[in-house]
Ligand binder design. Structure first.
Ligand SMILES: Cc1cc2nc3c(=O)[nH]c(=O)nc-3n(C[C@H](O)[C@H](O)[C@H](O)COP(=O)(O)OP(=O)(O)OC[C@H]3O[C@@H](n4cnc5c(N)ncnc54)[C@H](O)[C@@H]3O)c2cc1C
Length: 579
């Protein structure tokens, strides 16, 4: 169906006869915000009352879109990937990425209507005076990504590029480019990208070979090849390059801002030479770029490119964790819906004990990730406000969520697909797209190994482990928390001690082989403790049970030959009484 036809097309009402012959439950049309009671409960904890009330109608609108129109647009864009046009029909060499109108409409929703790329940098958004806390931005991403994953990369890069430019850029450079980066006018606003990876320099940034030579004036000229560039026709990109004649290794790498167009409106001197044929994120273009003396501006200090870029990458890693949490939420909610509606053997799937257990196994990692999103968002807010210890906490929570939530999303989306039965494997449903997209989270912005090693680096360089321990203690000692069973709180503390000891070993010379194991253990203990805190504060028995399952199934040793039921003692007296 062509896009224009699709716009006018309405899903026909299901008649009784089609319902009987095609009894496949379809959740399409459900509002992903109002249907998510747990999210609304959590927002009472993580957002101030006035802000939560102010944002509720916006969350509700986005939830409605994500469960309907946005989901349809995402499906269309996934099947109509962007194409690279290098010449006009009149023979002019003008490069253009031709995006499907469905993708462009999603861009408008994300960047203009919902301000997702600029909300953290604006003084007023949605009629709310003052800066929005990161939690608001991440709720928008959490809802949006349940429909569309690919576009979230450019949107997040726009946000991260703006943050890095503001933090390190020369004030004149910031003043020149910021207005377009924070604009909500769709015809005017600018998008961001980051071009780091080269053929021989992916994880190993020190191997960067792109060269920067001084131009005449305030700019530099970049030459070289960038091998993976998502959103390659973005208005601005942050690029890593090696200043000619500089020292070898990381100390020779600097950060540059690369505009797509020069001051006279002509295209800057770089070409998109190829678009990748990707397994997932098919709606969004990722390409290869050849820099041919491209005009760029130094950002921050020469030779500090890697350190400054790390700020941008960390912001994107956190966003990746949020996206993984959103993908899992979508997968779980679909599975729960199907289980409640689909009949087999004369029963609803949800009434079958083995299905109930499988659903719990999907819910636990999805809820852990959701908790870690809010915990990390809060740490980011406190770190940006300069609160003591908050940066060290953020430095470890960010790679923890990027590592574990992105890995969990692969499994959860795959296992949720099975709940839909054969239809889960069919491209008309959301499941295959979720599975394909979920696999990318663990690869880009640092592979699992690299991000697990970053957990170790946070322990070595930022002293993050004692800060994480203090954070966990503070959660369990919250005077408002009276409902965490004492034996469970004890198990949380004891397991964290063991996880921390493992992480300390991983941080010692020769210990890096333990990095992934330690990162998983820290993630499970931290998320279980935070979920217990949330459960107690929101009086949620379900959340307490998921917290307990997270510890029992994911952190503690298990005997595969015995039934793994929750220890009876974990249901007993509250910790606040027994501590
Ligand atoms: C769809 C897509 C879009 C992308 N978009 C962008 C973009 O917009 N901008 C950008 O700059 N990049 C982008 N990337 C690149 C991405 O970030 C890199 O592919 C990724 O960082 C890995 O680098 P690499 O491919 O060179 O793999 P390598 O670095 O060669 O890694 C190969 C394997 O070796 C492992 N490894 C490497 N070092 C170590 C170590 N010290 N210890 C243990 N194991 C190690 C890795 O974990 C990995 O499993 C994109 C990638 C994809 C797939």
């Amino acid at each position: 169906m062509r896009f224009e036809q699709w716009c006018e097309h309405e899903t026909p009402a299901m008649t009784e006869s089609t319902a009987v012959t095609h009894p496949i439950p379809d959740r399409h049309g459900q509002n992903l915000y109002t249907a998510d009671a747990e999210l609304q409960r959590l927002l009472q904890l993580y957002l101030a009352d006035d802000l939560r009330r102010h944002m509720a109608p916006h969350f509700e609108r986005l939830g409605g879109l994500a469960g309907g129109l946005l989901d349809e647009l995402a499906g269309i864009a996934d099947h109509h990937p962007p194409e690279l046009e290098s010449r006009t029909r009149t023979g002019l060499d003008v490069q253009r990425i031709v995006k499907h109108p469905a993708y462009v409409e999603m861009e408008r929703l994300a960047l203009s209507e919902f301000a997702m790329g600029s909300i953290s940098h604006r003084d007023e958004t949605f009629g709310w005076r003052g800066k929005m806390p990161p939690a608001v931005k991440y709720v928008l991403f959490y809802l949006f990504v349940q429909a569309e994953f690919g576009l979230c990369c450019p949107v997040s890069m726009t946000d991260s590029l703006t943050r890095t430019l503001k933090k390190f850029g020369d004030p004149a450079l910031v003043a020149r480019y910021l207005p377009r980066l924070v604009s909500l006018d769709f015809d005017e606003l600018a998008q961001g990208a980051m071009f780091m990876t080269e053929q021989a320099a992916g994880s190993d940034i020190a191997a960067t070979t792109t060269l920067a030579r001084r131009g005449t004036g305030d700019h530099w000229l970049l030459t070289g090849d960038k091998w993976f560039c998502s959103n390659p026709d973005a208005d601005f990109a942050m690029v890593l390059a090696r200043v000619e004649g500089g020292p070898p290794g990381l100390k020779g790498v600097s950060l540059f801002l690369l505009p797509r167009r020069l001051d006279d409106g002509s295209l800057n001197h770089y070409r998109i030479v190829h678009l990748k044929d990707k397994m997932g994120t098919r709606s969004m273009a990722s390409g290869e770029i050849r820099l041919e003396g491209a005009v760029a501006y130094l950002v921050g200090e020469q030779g500090r490119g890697f350190v400054q870029m790390a700020d941008m990458v960390n912001n994107s890693r956190l966003s990746n964790g949020v996206r993984a949490a959103g993908l899992m939420r979508r997968a779980v909610a679909e599975a729960e819906y199907i289980a409640a509606e689909r009949l087999a053997f004369g029963k609803r799937l949800i009434d079958m004990p083995l299905m109930q257990r499988q659903l719990d196994k999907l819910r636990v990692p999805a809820e852990q990730a959701r908790t870690m999103v809010f915990q990390t968002a809060r740490a980011l807010q406190r770190a940006d406000a300069g609160e003591d210890g908050a940066y060290a906490l953020l430095r470890i929570l960010t790679p923890l969520i990027k590592f574990r939530a992105c890995r969990d999303a692969r499994k959860v989306t795959g296992d949720a697909m099975e709940v839909r039965g054969g239809c889960g494997y069919i491209e008309e449903w959301s499941d295959p797209r979720l599975v394909r997209d979920a696999h990318l989270g663990s690869i880009w912005e640092g592979t699992s190994n690299i991000v697990a090693l970053d957990v170790v680096r946070a322990i070595q360089r930022e002293g993050s482990l004692p800060v994480l321990r203090a954070h966990l203690e503070a959660l369990l000692a919250d005077p408002a928390v009276t409902a965490v069973p004492a034996a469970f709180a004890r198990a949380l503390r004891e397991t964290f001690d063991r996880a921390a000891a493992l992480a300390e070993t991983a941080a010692q010379a020769g210990g890096e082989v333990l990095a992934r194991q330690a990162a998983s253990a820290l993630y499970h203990c931290t998320s279980a403790a935070a979920m217990a805190w949330e459960a107690a504060r929101t009086d949620s028995a379900d959340r307490m049970r998921w917290a307990q399952l997270a510890l029992l199934h994911r952190a503690l040793p298990r005997d595969p030959l015995s039934p793994d039921v929750l220890p009876a003692a974990w249901q007993d007296a509250p910790a606040a009484v027994a501590a």
